[in-house]
Design a protein around this ligand. Structure first.
Ligand code: BTN
Length: 234
């Protein structure tokens, strides 16, 4: 695994997208990002002390796009387990792939496809105490435990966890991984609103299904979502 560590970059994912000679597992880390990107075109506030990294997965022609559609979920569960190995806290998995801690966002994942590569970008609030913009409802490891964590080491632990989970997925262990995801399902039995293509659907979050969709119980019966922005209702 080649590791490229920069003091500052626009975005680790953009760097890898543009990199000509990228190889599987190339890992790019930045101490600070000046144009960090979140999902749905959001800005990802990327101050010093945060874990900001992206890595490359080469598309395997033997895997279908339907199988790749579970990559964000597998990455999310691998991230949760990796974080547990760093410090044992009660992390939750917020479908599709955010990690929540004490009802606040700790980490987010952005998966993008460029040619025959997938770029997986991960932002984790590790030692930082500012969570502006999208992460205004944020929390960091340090703000919870008071301890400071070694950022590159934390990222390596998460990479190892991802490799382990991805191998399990390739070996056909999706059912077991899905069970783990459902055990940590933050949306289970919560009042939520799912926004998709400007349409908002209210209901109660239920389980994550075998095809990766989220089940939502609405006034019109059970609905399933493959994508959508989730708003928690109190
Ligand atoms: C989200 O929750 O919206 C996803 C956030 C992903 C942020 C990470 S930080 C490292 C990588 N580089 C980026 O520009 N974005 C991802």
């Amino acid at each position: 695994m080649r590791i490229f560590h920069f003091d500052e970059l626009g975005s680790t994912s953009d760097y890898l997208k543009e990199k000509k000679d990228k190889k599987e597992w190339d890992l790019v880390i930045a101490d600070v990002q000046t144009s960090g990107r979140g999902r749905r075109g959001n800005l990802w506030v990327s101050p010093a002390g945060a874990g900001l990294f992206s890595f490359v997965l080469k598309e395997d022609p033997n895997l279908s796009m339907e199988e790749y559609s579970k990559l964000p979920l597998v990455a999310g569960m691998a991230l949760l387990q990796g974080l547990k190995a760093v410090v044992e806290l009660d992390y939750k998995f917020k479908w599709t792939n955010d990690i929540y801690l004490l009802d606040k966002k700790l980490s987010g994942i952005l998966v993008e496809k460029v040619g025959d590569f997938f770029i997986v970008g991960i932002g984790i609030n590790i030692n930082n105490s500012n969570f502006l913009g999208e992460s205004k409802n944020g929390i960091s490891l340090k703000s919870v435990t008071g301890d400071k964590y070694e950022v590159e080491n934390t990222i390596k632990i998460i990479m190892n966890s991802f490799k382990k989970y991805w191998n399990r997925y390739l070996r056909g262990e999706w059912n077991e991984i899905l069970r783990e995801i459902n055990q940590k399902n933050y949306l289970l039995n919560r009042k939520i609103e799912v926004e998709f293509l400007g349409k908002k659907t209210s209901g109660i979050g239920r389980k994550i299904l075998k095809d990766g969709k989220l089940e939502v119980e609405t006034a019109d019966g059970i609905k399933e979502f493959m994508v959508g922005e989730i708003h928690i209702k109190l």
